[in-house]
Structure formats: structure tokens, C-alpha cells
Design a protein around this ligand. Sequence first.
Ligand code: ADP
Ligand code: MG
Length: 251
Amino acid sequence: MLSIKNLTAAIGDKEILHDISLDFEPGKTSVVLGPNGSGKSTLSATIMGRPDIILSEDSELTWNGVDLKPLSADKRAKLGIFLSFQSPLPIPGVSVEELLRVALDEKMDPVALHKELRLLAEEIGLAEEFLTRSIHDGFSGGERKKIEAIQAALLAPSLAIFDEIDTGTDTDAVKRIAEFLHAHFPKDATRIYITHSPRLIELIKPDSVIILKDGKVVAKGGHDLATKTIKEGFSNIHSQLTTHNSQQGTA
Ligand code: ADP
Ligand code: MG
């Protein structure tokens, strides 16, 4: 389980996340919603261990009881934590196949990886050339997100965070990515989707929905909270906090 308690995070002098407490359980799918700039990407980067994010003394962040705070991002990745970035950066000269060979740490034979990657690319609807070109270099939004999904499937993380996996993807690609992830993910993995897409939310059927606003958790609830919020907007969200918090203690 991912447990976040009294988490307050700053970048430079700017405090971005304020006193966040959330639990994410194994096998459960959560959706994090919130207006632009509310801190969703900062929260995901904090969980992954971006080095320029500074936590307050009393912030707690544990994964299956292990304190994540002293661990660098690569150590967190070794514990099975995976983050798909909102805007994945290109790495000139490194293909997805090369990157995965290193990330899998020789746990998979290169020939088997080569074969498996091609099967996965075919399944998600991505031409083979994207596996050998420099990763994300000149890729369209949809192509980037499909590559992220393929990496998630191969790494089989026990905690996966998808920061706007639907951004830049067309409706058919969203469906394909959601079905692909559903088919390839271990059932007991903890999944966190940051998204504004009603279609993606419909497809992933979240167990819990969390609303972030101005760096604070302002509401928690079930699937219906996402539907209502997307329909009505974030402006009257404060009134929902008491109702949903009292119904559901954990995410
Ligand atoms: P969201 O993903 O919900 O749109 P972000 O987490 O990207 O929000 O951003 C939350 C706030 O943190 C914004 O006000 C943004 O400008 C600020 N922020 C993000 N990264 C940095 C940074 N490197 N330096 C200063 N402020 C930042
Ligand atoms: Mg964001």
C-alpha cells in the first residue's frame, strides 16, 4: 500500500502541496482530478522521487511500510514504482528497446524482449519503427502515450501512476491504451490515473476518486464524484469535502 500522511512539498521557495494524506491500496484503481496547476503532476513526481521537490519534516511517504523519502527515483523504480510522465521527454540516441533492456536489469533475455516488444507494439497499434527510433523524439502525443503503456506492461510495476496517459491521444487510442493496460497489468497492482477524460474514467472504472485543488485534497469519493465534477466543474467542490470524506477514509 502507498501511504501518504501530512505531505507538504515545495519546489524552491514555493509550497505546492499542502498537508496531503491519502492511502492507495493494492489492486485498486484511483483517479486524481483537479484544475490545471492544482499539483497533480507534482504529487506524482513526489511519489516517484523527483530530486528538486522538498518535503517538510513531518511529511510521511511509505510504500508497503518502506520509507520512500530517502530513496532516489531509481531505487523507488526498483521497488516496483512506475510513473508515466504527462510530457515524456525525448532521449536522443536511446531507443525504447535499449531503455527497457537497462530498466529490466537483465531480468529478461534480450531476444525475448525483442520479440515481446514487437507483439505488444502490434497489440497497441504502433509500428515497429517506434521501438528502434530515439525514444519520444518527434513522436506524436498518441505515439508517446502508447510507448509509455508498452513500458508499463513490460516493467509490470506494483504501483503505476499515469499522469494524463490520454493527453494528445484520439478517442480510439484512449480505448486501446485502457484495454491494453487492463490486459497486461498484474491484478494486485496499485493504479493511479491522473486524467480529465470522461472516456478513460468510464473505461478504467475507478474504485476511488480524489479531487486536488490548490495543492490540497478537497474531495474524495467514488466513480460518481468524477462524473459529477467533470459535468459541473471544480468551483463548488468545497461543499463536497465533508460528505465524501466521512463516507470514505481511504482512497
Ligand atoms: P497540475 O499537474 O495539477 O496541472 P502541477 O503539479 O504541474 O499541476 O503544478 C502545480 C503548481 O506548481 C503550479 O502552480 C506550477 O506552476 C507549479 N510548479 C510546477 N513545477 C514547478 C517548478 N519547477 N518550479 C516552480 N513551480 C512549479
Ligand atoms: Mg499535470
